[in-house]
Design a protein around this ligand. Structure first.
Ligand code: HAM
Length: 418
């Protein structure tokens, strides 16, 4: 009797060939502008002490209250699979004293994150982000640069059907002034107990409520942007000034609520137009109180997380994934033992020059091997037999057009580079 197959846990994103090549391309493209801007890699564990997230991300958030994968490890410690990257980066910056060196500390990361959300298209329980964090600088120019780096990541994939939404959540004084009026306003609403409790933890959460009656009621709620302190106003005006000078277009969205509680000041989201309900392809902002909240010194910070899964879906929706990017340059079909030896050394040599070269092993008949070449999608194919080896010349066949040309084995690299 055959055994029952085991399937992946519900709601995880997985990438197998050939789509994994497009995934890898998107992930690399998204993070390359950060590397060019001097951000350095930080590799962190995917699980952390649970308290890092309850304190760092905030208990009023869905992420902490409903979506964390939390378990007790064998030593009785409460452990959580990271739902996001910023809290872990701050923990590591404090722990390793990265805030004692040159500031800002500029870090990038890439990896899996975990949220027990209801799975749907573009929303997974394990998903991928690339992100950056710049710690220890208040200059509004870095806010603009961080946003520009995210924008450059999306553009380098070729995405165009998205918009950037920005707002400011102000400094502590701005939020305190707003909170007084917002709490008064919320007191006039007839809220159920759970919602009221959330509102007590963070009244801004109500702007994010998906229920129609609450959405309607909140249309009249006081907006934080109308309570910005003069300093916060100036800071935000400078951010938009720098974005204007960079030619980066944005929409002001004073009702934006990020799903994490640590945000202060400049906050932003990238929204793709073709993705339906899960349209947020990236987001971020300032988190000027987070480091102190986690026991470090009082330094400001700003960063973003970009959703790799969603950026890939967006690229597919825009029809801009070029499959040709991911195929081999050359497929070698060796006929016989001597040819196999020659194929191995030829492939090694061409690969050392950066060519993608595959060899058809297994002594299949020529017809079958040709089929393999076709399926591989390789640009060119050569058949290497005794006569080719002795003459030093072979037929280079372009798979797409079927065109062949006679090429010296020594000149193969040049021919492939054309
Ligand atoms: P976030 O907005 O929660 O921010 O997540 C960033 C991006 O991750 C989202 O825009 C989305 O593209 C993707 N994402 C989030 N949840 C899922 C999911 N369940 N399935 C697929 N994709 C998802 C943060 O995580 C912050 N740490 C970003 C940040 C860094 N802020 C400052 N520094």
């Amino acid at each position: 009797m055959s055994k029952q197959k085991i399937q992946a846990p519900k709601g995880v994103s997985e990438y197998t060939p050939p789509r994994s090549a497009a995934f890898e391309f998107v992930r690399e493209a998204l993070i390359s502008p950060a590397r060019l801007a001097g951000y350095q890699l930080i590799e962190l564990p995917v699980f952390e002490d649970t308290e890092l997230f309850t304190r760092g991300v905030g208990e009023s958030t869905d992420v902490v209250s409903k979506e964390m994968y939390t378990f007790e490890d064998r030593g009785g410690r409460s452990i959580t699979l990271r739902p996001e990257g910023t809290a872990g980066v701050m923990r590591a910056v404090i722990e390793h004293g990265l805030d004692r060196g040159q500031l800002p500390a500029k870090l990038w990361y890439s990896g899996q994150f975990f949220r027990a959300e209801r799975p749907q298209a573009g929303r997974y329980r394990q998903f991928y982000q690339v992100g950056i964090e710049a710690i220890g600088l208040d200059d509004p120019a870095i806010d603009a640069e961080v946003i520009a780096i995210a924008d450059a990541g999306f553009k380098s994939i070729g995405l165009s059907k998205y918009r950037l939404e920005i707002t400011s959540l102000g400094d502590a004084a701005s939020r305190a002034a707003h909170r007084v009026d917002l709490v008064k306003f919320i007191a006039t609403m007839n809220l159920d107990e759970a919602t009221a409790a959330r509102a007590t933890l963070n009244p801004l959460r109500l702007f994010d409520d998906k229920r129609e009656e609450i959405k309607q009621a909140m249309l009249k709620a006081p907006l934080l942007v109308d309570y910005l302190s003069p300093e916060s106003k100036t800071h935000f005006a400078q951010v938009t000034h720098y974005l204007d000078s960079l030619g980066i277009t944005y929409v002001l969205n004073p009702r934006m609520v990020r799903g994490l509680d640590y945000y202060t000041g400049t906050t932003f989201e990238f929204v793709h137009e073709l993705l339906g309900a899960q349209s947020g392809i990236g987001g971020g902002g300032r988190y000027d109180g987070l480091m102190a909240e986690l026991g470090g010194q009082s330094l400001s910070g700003i960063g973003f997380g970009l959703g790799v899964d969603r950026a890939l879906l967006a690229a597919e929706a825009e029809g801009i994934i070029n499959e040709d990017l991911f195929v081999s340059d050359l497929f070698i079909i060796p006929l016989g033992e001597d040819a196999k030896v020659k194929a191995l050394s030829l492939a090694t040599q061409l690969r050392s020059h950066g060519k993608n070269v595959e060899i058809a092993f297994g002594d299949r008949a020529l017809k079958g091997a040709m089929k393999g070449a076709d399926k591989s999608g390789a640009r060119y194919v050569i058949v290497l037999g005794d006569s080719e080896i002795s003459s030093g010349t072979l037929e280079l066949k372009e798979m797409k057009t079927g065109a062949t040309s006679s090429v010296k084995i020594d000149a193969l690299l040049t021919a492939l580079s054309k």
